[in-house]
Every structure is written in structure tokens, then in C-alpha cells.
Design a protein around this ligand. Structure first.
Ligand SMILES: Cc1ncc(COP(=O)(O)O)c(C=O)c1O
Length: 394
């Protein structure tokens, strides 16, 4: 292997492409052909109900309602739970904007509460400190696929009568003490956008075990209809957020591969973690053993520039990318700095950990973890190569 960094013209540590994403085979093709030939194509095609049943069963949930994406699912959950003007909803500031924007879109106030530095997940003690009589809900994000500490969060929510909306956009197939996430709180929201571990390009789903809530979620996604009605009875205010048969067919095909991919990501993540344990200045996300299945939508590392001779994170990432390791810094700043979510549109509690994670996160996407186990060593070699050449980078 060349010792000259690829960013300086040397041979890259890796020369092969990484597994592509999204992945598909003839099962997507045959599912799509079946939708085509049935001639319904829309949200009432049988492929939608088939996928909803399979996705609910995979997550040990009684009900699944699909929708067009994982942003509208969050909004739908909030609406169905009657959350709106005057209500506060606790959210993390280190997440994709949809988690908090959904709260404002239904007229409620997002309350930003800090995350844990080692897990990237909401800090449950900080949640407790932020609760007041206006607090109606909390939206934990199972960040990167790691379940939030539900042993602490669910009892806290019960004590304060809070609704728990799990944002499981990163967590298809993740579990907490053997139980799949998504229907462990009041309702769970998933995304099937292109990058996600289960995808149809776009799409979303809600899981719940509550019959009445499931009916209302379905109704809001279906123009306010009554499920058992004739199509022109609208007892609720709803809109049309239905997922199409095309999407559902692609999702069912992908779902049949989810568990194999989950196992492969977890075992490759273990290999990568044992390597990183030896590297001073890089700390992988702490994997709580109670989070027994971890989807690894993102493989998260904290980069301590001081322990890399002061090399700024952007230079570390640029050097890794030149070695063909597509690392990314994820979010540039916490969500309360995005104009539509800043005060006075939100309430912000102190979030030093989220600030630090915006400076230190280095993330690898899930498709890298679908490579062969020995390909994880390419990531390790590239990191070591960059570390050995810090002086050349400064
Ligand atoms: C944590 C989180 N929540 C919600 C969403 C929104 O999902 P979608 O892109 O399907 O609207 C995303 C998508 O990136 C996400 O990462």
C-alpha cells in the first residue's frame, strides 16, 4: 500500500467500489409487474395491505399504516394524538429537520433537549428536567439505528403522562431487549427514503398497538375517510398521503432481505468497532447491549481533533474520502439554529453535547457495512494511513 496519502496523489487505501444502494433483484421486478397487471396502482392496491401486514409482523406491532414519507408520518401521528397549539413536544436538536419541523407544522412548540455524547440519543435525564405542564409528547430518535434507553424513557413518559412518538426512521429491525422498536411507545414512525435501510425511494409507515389510534391514523392518511365506509363519508379532517402500490411492492421485496442485511451490518460493525477501540481520538457510538439489534443506518464515530495533532475534522474527512472511504460530517449545527426552528418558534434548553457532536461526528453509511468482513479492514487501513500522515496534512 502506498504510504503517500491519496489526497496528495498516492494510491488510495481502497480501490474497489463499495456495495451500491439501493439494492434490488428480480423480486422487485416481479412485484412491480404484479402491480402493473392488477391495474389498481394506487394506495388501494393489494401490495399496500400486504406490505403493511408484513412490516407490522416484523416489528411485533398490531397495526401498520403507510404514508408517502417519514415526515408526513410524524405530522400524522401528532395530529392523531391531538397535539397542537399551546402544546410542547420534546425533541433532540441533533437529528434530521423533520423530527422537529413536524411539531411546528401541527402548531405545537418543539422543545430542544440535549442528547447523550456517547449514544447520540436523547438524554433521558435532560428530558425529565424539561417537562412542564404544557409538555404533551416526546419524540426520541433511535439515532443511527441505536434504540434510545427505553427502560428509562418509557417509565418517565408514564409518570408525566406523555405520549411517546418513536422516530424510527433509522431503525428498521432494531430492537430493545429483544422487542422490535417502533411500537414500544405510543406510535412509531419509519422512513423509506432512498438512503434508508428499507427503501422505495420515498415512503413512510406508522406502527401502533392501539386500535383506535390506528383507525385515526389510517383516516388522516385517507382523506378523513371511515375505513369501513363507502369512501364518501369523512368523519375526520384528513388529507391524501397514501403510499402507492409501486412503492409497497418494492418495500415488500426489500423487507425479505432486511434481516440478512441487518445481521451483516451488525457483524461488520463489531469488526470495525474492535479496530477503532485501538485508535486514540476516535470513539464509536456506545452500543448498549440492551439494544440487541442495531440497524446501523449510520456508523457513528466521534473525532477528537486534538488527539489527531489538531487536524480539523474536515481535513480528516477529505483525506479519508480521497482514500475511497466516503465518510460524512452529518449535521452542520443543531436544529435550533435553523431559522424556522429557532427561538421564538421553539424552546431551547442547554445542548452542549449536540453542539459538540455537530463539530465531531464522522459517519459512515450503512451500505459500507454490507461489504465482506475483510473489507472493513480497508476502512481501518485508510484511518491508520491518515493518522500516520497527520504532519503531511497540516
Ligand atoms: C430521523 C429522521 N426522521 C424523519 C425523517 C424524514 O423521513 P422522509 O425523508 O421519509 O420524509 C428522516 C429522513 O431522513 C430522518 O432521518
Amino acid at each position: 500500500m502506498s504510504t503517500t496519502l491519496a489526497i496528495h496523489g498516492g494510491e488510495p487505501a481502497r480501490n474497489r467500489p463499495w456495495p451500491g444502494w439501493p439494492q434490488w433483484d428480480e423480486s422487485e421486478q416481479s412485484g412491480l409487474m404484479a402491480v402493473l397487471e392488477r391495474g389498481e396502482w394506487g394506495g388501494y392496491d393489494a401490495a399496500v395491505a400486504d406490505f403493511e401486514n408484513a412490516f407490522a409482523a416484523r416489528h411485533a406491532a398490531r397495526f401498520c399504516v403507510t404514508a408517502v414519507n417519514g415526515t408526513t408520518t410524524l405530522e400524522t401521528a401528532l395530529r392523531a394524538l391531538g397535539i397542537g397549539r399551546g402544546d410542547e413536544v420534546i425533541v433532540p436538536p441533533y437529528t434530521f429537520i423533520a423530527t422537529a419541523a413536524a411539531v411546528r407544522i401541527v402548531g405545537a412548540t418543539p422543545v430542544f433537549v440535549d442528547v447523550d455524547l456517547e449514544t447520540w440519543n436523547l438524554s433521558v435525564s435532560a428530558v425529565e428536567a424539561a417537562v412542564n405542564p404544557r409538555t404533551k409528547a416526546v419524540i426520541p430518535v433511535h439515532f443511527g439505528g441505536l434504540s434510545v434507553d427505553l427502560d428509562s424513557l418509557l417509565p418517565l413518559a408514564r409518570r408525566h403522562n406523555l405520549v411517546v412518538i418513536e422516530d424510527a426512521a433509522h431503525a428498521h429491525g432494531s430492537s430493545w431487549r429483544g422487542q422490535p422498536v417502533g411500537a414500544l411507545g405510543t406510535v412509531g414512525s419509519f422512513s423509506f427514503q432512498t438512503s434508508k435501510n428499507l427503501t422505495a425511494g420515498e415512503g413512510g409507515a406508522l406502527l401502533t398497538n392501539d386500535d383506535d389510534l390506528a383507525e385515526l391514523l389510517w383516516s388522516i392518511v385517507n382523506c378523513g375517510r371511515r375505513r369501513s365506509g363507502d369512501g364518501y363519508e369523512h368523519p375526520n379532517l384528513g388529507t391524501n398521503l397514501r403510499l402507492s402500490g409501486w412503492h409497497a411492492a418494492v418495500l415488500s421485496a426489500g423487507l425479505s432481505r432486511l434481516d440478512d442485511q441487518l445481521q451483516r451490518r451488525m457483524s461488520n460493525a463489531r469488526r470495525l468497532r474492535s479496530f477503532l477501540a485501538e485508535v486514540d481520538g476516535l470513539s464509536p457510538q456506545r452500543w448498549d447491549p440492551r439494544a440487541d439489534a442495531h440497524a446501523h443506518h449510520l456508523f457513528l464515530i466521534r473525532y477528537d481533533a486534538e488527539r489527531f495533532g489538531g487536524l480539523p475534522r474536515r481535513d480528516f474527512i477529505a483525506a479519508l474520502r480521497a482514500e475511497n472511504i466516503p465518510a460524512s460530517p452529518v449535521y452542520p449545527y443543531p436544529l435550533y439554529r435553523q431559522p424556522p426552528l429557532a427561538e421564538p418558534f421553539s424552546r431551547v434548553t442547554p445542548c452542549p453535547n449536540s453542539e459538540l457532536l455537530c463539530e465531531q461526528t464522522v459517519s459512515l453509511s450503512q451500505n459500507l457495512l454490507l461489504a465482506e468482513p475483510d473489507e472493513m479492514d480497508d476502512i481501518a487501513s485508510a484511518i491508520l494511513k491518515v493518522r500516520e500522515n497527520i504532519n503531511a496534512l497540516r
